[in-house]
Design a protein around this ligand. Structure first.
Ligand code: ADP
Ligand code: MG
Length: 233
């Protein structure tokens, strides 16, 4: 699903070079649930932006779901982001004036042609994350955990092949955060490829594989044999 080779990204800031990504080689097979761990500033978000086609590398290559990201035209890239990838962020990024269902159907509104059943699909996506009875609520009328579920429904409504989540539990309490992670585990069991970015080891423990970054490099890559045991208990 994901293949990067010697991926580099350097920011130039006030005369110094910051190697946000310093030669990242990464291979993630379809259906894997991977956590990318590492201290603040280690390059996690930069890596996620490359995988999701939100930013272009300075060197190396990145292939996601068969697309060579660096070679896509502006339009093809927009289409790739809309169709192949679902994004979830720390602060939910919902539109305050729209209802839950209207937030969720947003990605489908950008599709050409726009699917005629977009409302139905959005309701189904909300139902899948346990919010079938909250479709008409606005973000301010929902708890943090519910808002993040709406964001996940929005990420999944277009049936992406890859879910990229950057610190999705960063603004949630531990109980809510555990429920959300259990939802991600279930989604991965249904075949979705998930890349979860976190600086929190407890959060990473839900993933099958834990990759640790430091100074723009991968410094460890381990299978987590105890993943999902939290669900059984
Ligand atoms: P993380 O998500 O692991 O906290 P980031 O990928 O956001 O790390 O950042 C990696 C490094 O690149 C940091 O040192 C950060 O300060 C730097 N950086 C990120 N984005 C920019 C930018 N737009 N301009 C300059 N430096 C940046
Ligand atoms: Mg970050």
């Amino acid at each position: 699903m994901i293949k990067t080779k010697c991926l580099r990204k350097t920011y130039h800031l006030g005369g110094t070079d910051i190697h946000a990504l310093d030669g990242v080689d990464l291979h993630i097979p379809k259906g894997q649930f991977v956590a990318i761990c590492g201290a603040s500033g280690s390059g996690k978000t930069t890596l996620m932006n490359m995988l999701g086609g939100l930013d272009q590398p300075d060197g190396g290559s990145v292939e996601v779901d068969g697309h060579d990201i660096a070679r896509l035209s502006h339009n093809a890239l927009a289409r790739f982001r809309n169709e192949s990838v679902g994004f979830v962020f720390q602060h939910f990024n919902l539109l305050a004036r729209r209802t839950a269902v209207s937030n969720v159907l947003l990605p489908l509104e950008y599709r050409r042609p726009k699917p005629g059943d977009h409302k139905k699909r959005a309701c189904r996506a909300l139902n899948d994350v346990g919010l079938g009875d909250r479709t008409a609520h606005r973000p301010a009328e929902l708890s943090g955990g519910q808002q993040q579920r709406v964001a996940i429904a929005r990420a999944l409504v277009g049936e992406p092949r890859l879910l990229l989540a950057d610190e999705p539990t960063g603004a949630l309490d531990s109980q809510t955060s555990a429920e959300l992670l259990e939802l991600l585990v279930r989604l991965s069991q249904q075949g979705l490829t998930i890349v979860l970015i976190t600086h929190d080891k407890e959060v990473a423990a839900y993933a099958r594989r834990v990759i640790t970054m430091s100074d723009g490099k991968i410094v460890s890559d381990q299978m987590n044999t105890e993943a999902n045991t939290k669900l059984a208990s």
